[in-house]
Design a protein around this ligand. Sequence first.
Ligand code: ITT
Length: 182
Amino acid sequence: MLLRFVTGNEGKAREAEAYLEGITAVNQVEYDYTEIQSDSLADVAAHGAREAFEALGDTEPVLVDDAGLFVDALGGFPGPYSAYVEDTVGVERLWRLVEQEDDRRARFRTVLAYADEDGVETFEGSVAGTIVAPRGEGGFGYDPIFEYNGQTMAEMSTEEKNAISHRGRALAKFAEWYADQH
Ligand code: ITT
């Protein structure tokens, strides 16, 4: 069985492939599904997965990943708008913004949406950490400024990040459910 992971983000695909090795083959597919305007990552991911499954030819199942960084002191910003903020403000300037706050706690969240001919299932994962000055060369996106247990996610290997990350936790839930189905 082949799972089509619909994303333009190679970092996400690399992490899913590493996690699901031995469970299912993963193929990265680029398809620009509609990202609906919603505060709910689950709604965005579920809508995207349904649309991608129909548009790509409803043969093999698809997986969509909608993620965001939620900074406590900023009321959850950038949250569902994390991709836009990374492209516009950038990671370094987000750190400068949070540097001025006493409370630098944040959370990464991701929702994986799986779609096949039976419908859509969603799986959430989150991890709490602290925003710090950028460190590390690995990972992608906001990883250099997100510290967990003394290390930024950009200082971790893919396997180390998957063991504790929002995506790793969502993938664990997905893998458990998937094993029950197959
Ligand atoms: P696709 O929609 O094509 O999957 P994207 O990068 O646009 O790719 P999102 O809409 O989910 O993905 O945007 C999430 C934002 O959060 C984006 O700026 C990512 O770089 C960032 N992000 C997501 N997961 C992350 C992770 O594990 N570590 C660091 N940053 C992450």
